[in-house]
Design a protein around this ligand. Structure first.
Ligand SMILES: *Cc1c(COP(=O)(O)O)cnc(C)c1O
Length: 248
């Protein structure tokens, strides 16, 4: 596991402030000024010192993708006061690492994974937030449940002890076509709205599932325009990942 060291001359506070400024402009442009869109810093591939530096600069919400990497960095991150979210595909045999260190697993895409997280969360006496990852773009390579399955799965997951479904997450279409990207984000928002409406009527216990985790460095403005409550930002804060990390 070769993690990148802190880049020379990098100013994490300035990088974070620049992204927060983008978020504020996007909120205002969407008529959502002051709506409190949260920035989760995707610290994957950066070593513990670099990740801790961004936490100390105020980026306390961090996202990690690989459980082996999380295990190596988590003690330092936790000591710095980070709140850790899992944003990569989680294998069931690595679920204990997530339960031990994360406050939220954003990538729940099956009942079996959720059942395992529920069991581990009860054993560890650590309640866990989860989001349902939805494949809104329909690309075969992307993880996540089909949009039609998102609500029934969310309801089944919410019924498991130890878990709270706090919302829905998606990885958007990787495309410069604004309309196509936003269509996917709008789809996620519609799913979330249905969850809340049906819960209000009493037919679905998903009143906590209001969050929309969508948008990254290159398209966070589009995601905020479609209602994102949390954007996940890596390169725009940490700098470019190496070409050898392109599989991320
Ligand atoms: C790496 C990652 C991000 C951040 O991507 P950037 O383009 O670097 O901002 C967001 N979401 C997920 C799931 C990621 O793995």
């Amino acid at each position: 596991m070769d993690l990148h060291p802190t880049p020379e001359g990098w100013d994490p506070a300035a990088a974070l402030a620049a992204v927060k400024a983008r978020v504020h402009v996007a909120e205002a442009a969407a008529g959502r000024a002051g709506s409190g869109v949260r920035v989760l810093v995707a610290t994957k591939t950066w070593d513990a010192d670099a990740a801790v530096a961004v936490v100390r600069a105020g980026g306390i919400l961090v996202g990690e993708s690989r459980m082996q990497e999380l295990e190596a960095k988590a003690p330092a991150l936790a000591a710095a006061g980070a709140r850790i979210h899992v944003i990569g595909q989680l294998q069931r045999n690595k679920a204990s690492v997530a339960v031990r260190w994360a406050e939220c697993v954003q990538t729940v895409d099956s009942a079996r994974l959720a059942e395992r997280l529920s069991r581990l969360s009860l054993e560890a006496e650590r309640p866990l937030d989860v989001m349902i990852q939805v494949n809104v773009s329909g690309e075969e390579s992307k993880a996540g449940v089909h949009p039609d399955e998102a609500l029934p799965i969310a309801a089944a997951v919410q019924a498991l002890p130890g878990l709270t479904v706090t919302g829905f997450m998606t990885i958007g279409l990787n495309s410069p076509d604004e309309a196509a990207v936003r269509e996917g984000y709008a789809r996620l928002r519609e799913i979330r709205d249905q969850a809340l409406i049906r819960s209000e009527r009493g037919s679905m216990g998903l009143a906590s599932a209001w969050q929309l985790s969508m948008g990254m460095s290159q398209d966070l403005e589009w995601a905020i325009a479609e209602g994102a409550t949390m954007v996940r930002v890596g390169t725009a804060i940490m700098g470019p990942r190496l070409a050898s990390d392109s599989h991320w």
